[in-house]
Design a protein around this ligand. Structure first.
Ligand SMILES: NC(=O)c1ccc[n+]([C@@H]2O[C@H](COP(=O)([O-])OP(=O)(O)OC[C@H]3O[C@@H](n4cnc5c(N)ncnc54)[C@H](O)[C@@H]3O)[C@@H](O)[C@H]2O)c1
Length: 400
């Protein structure tokens, strides 16, 4: 719960509205460093941190996407290492003929989060994004929301972060060349993450839409990443040839066969990102049955429904990423094994991202924006009376 501990009364003195913004920020920092659930009344606990797309752009411009992804990967790794502390469930999906809308909740008993996310592969033809998202982080002790954040950019950042984190533990350590099949919205984030975290030096790109590849090359060129060679390829087969890692991040609402067994070389790591719904996959089913394939998933019950392994019909051995990160299971036995990270996106990835974002936001000198999502009422049993509480609302608008 983020509030400003200012006095023992639940009534906000008028002059609090005149407290300078910098002082509010200092008090916020103090509060964050203070043990929770003190018996003092908190003022402003009903104000919710808000990170919109403009603020997210601002935060990213301050620290850069590579550092953001790297730090977030560290947060995700730490949270996966306390896997048993989390409440886990497959996400709730509402399917239509053109896409899916999903809710992704989790909690560690102290914080709760959920993300709303959609996946509509045909959207880009209408000038719309395939994936959009927003999320909430809340305090389990009161149920009050702490943060409401955009998560369209954040989903791309966290997906890249967990992809690269998994590859760091699954791919051959000498992996330097990666193919990216599907050069749409997620692709730059994947490229940046793998360059930074895995040490990729060559990217081999293919998309059925040549404009998407042109866009990806343009964006990567602007970043001026040193020692990164980018190669445009004429087909998936050409892109995959000679790659140590293959990232598939295409969007099509069907059982596609982006990769076939003949393209898979011994020692390869496959980062399969785009297959994330029932009936929406990217790999030929025979890849899952290849000798020496080790399949790692985020959360097995969800991956069985949505991942590449939906083809296995409940059969076949898979390992959860947490067990790899905790050292309980090896991801590969030798340099010739084929490793497959069958990523569908799990709620814990978003939990880590929201908590990281909340901290990053609060650490900035300007503290960020807060919104009045929850009504402030003088008597919590008099919600109706709160409807007429215009003075309090005006004060809160000034504080925000
Ligand atoms: N696993 C996760 O956590 C996670 C997170 C975010 C997105 N996704 C999935 O990743 C995929 C990509 O998302 P996006 O936002 O980049 O979508 P996008 O629509 O912006 O990009 C997808 C690209 O794939 C290309 N493509 C489609 N079929 C292809 C084929 N057969 N060969 C080569 N390229 C092909 C399209 O031309 C397009 O450029 C989606 O399927 C999305 O659902 C997964």
């Amino acid at each position: 719960m983020k509030g400003k501990i200012l006095c023992k009364t639940s009534k906000i003195p008028d002059d609090i509205a005149r407290i300078p913004r910098f002082l509010i920020n200092i008090l916020s920092f103090h509060w964050l460093a203070t043990p929770r659930h003190l018996p003092l009344a908190v003022v402003g606990e009903d104000m919710v941190d808000y990170i919109g797309t403009a603020r997210l752009r601002e935060l990213l411009s301050r620290i850069g996407p590579a550092r953001f992804i790297e730090e977030l990967a560290g947060e995700i790794e730490a949270d996966y290492k306390r896997w048993n502390e989390f409440e886990k469930s497959a996400r709730l999906a509402s399917h239509s003929s053109v896409g899916v809308i999903e809710l992704m909740p989790t909690s560690d008993g102290k914080l709760y989060s959920f993300k709303y996310v959609n996946g509509h592969p045909k959207n880009t033809a209408r000038g719309l994004l395939t994936v959009t998202a927003f999320g909430v982080l809340a305090d389990v002790a009161t149920g009050y929301p702490l943060l409401l954040s955009e998560m369209t950019f954040v989903t791309a950042l966290r997906t890249a972060a967990i992809s690269a984190l998994a590859a760091k533990h699954m791919a051959r350590p000498d992996s330097r060349a990666m193919a990216i099949i599907g050069n749409g919205a997620q692709s730059e984030f994947q490229a940046i993450a793998f360059q930074r975290i895995v040490g990729i030096r060559e990217l081999r790109l293919f998309d059925t839409d040549a404009r998407a590849t042109t866009k990806l090359i343009r964006n990567l060129t602007r970043l001026q990443i040193p020692d990164l060679n980018v190669v445009r390829c004429a087909s998936t087969a050409e892109a995959v040839r000679g790659a140590d890692i293959v990232t598939t991040v295409t969007a099509d609402k069907c059982n596609a066969t982006i990769l076939t067994p003949d393209m898979i070389q011994p020692g390869m790591h496959i980062n399969a990102v785009g297959g994330d719904c029932p009936g929406k996959t990217e790999l030929h089913v025979d890849i899952l049955h290849m000798k020496d394939v080790h399949i790692v998933v985020e959360f097995e019950p969800q991956a069985r429904i949505e991942g590449e392994i939906q083809h296995l019909g409940g059969e076949g051995q898979v390992t959860e990423l947490a067990d790899v990160l905790l050292g309980k299971q090896p991801a590969r036995m030798n340099d010739r094994d084929i490793t497959l990270f069958d990523s569908v996106g799990f709620a814990l990835n978003d939990f880590s991202a929201l908590r990281y974002l909340q901290r990053l936001n609060a650490e900035q000198p300007d503290g960020g924006q807060r919104i009045d999502l929850i009504p402030e009422v003088e008597d919590p049993k008099d919600l109706f009376g709160g409807l007429a509480q215009e003075r309090a609302n005006a004060r809160r608008r000034k504080i925000a």
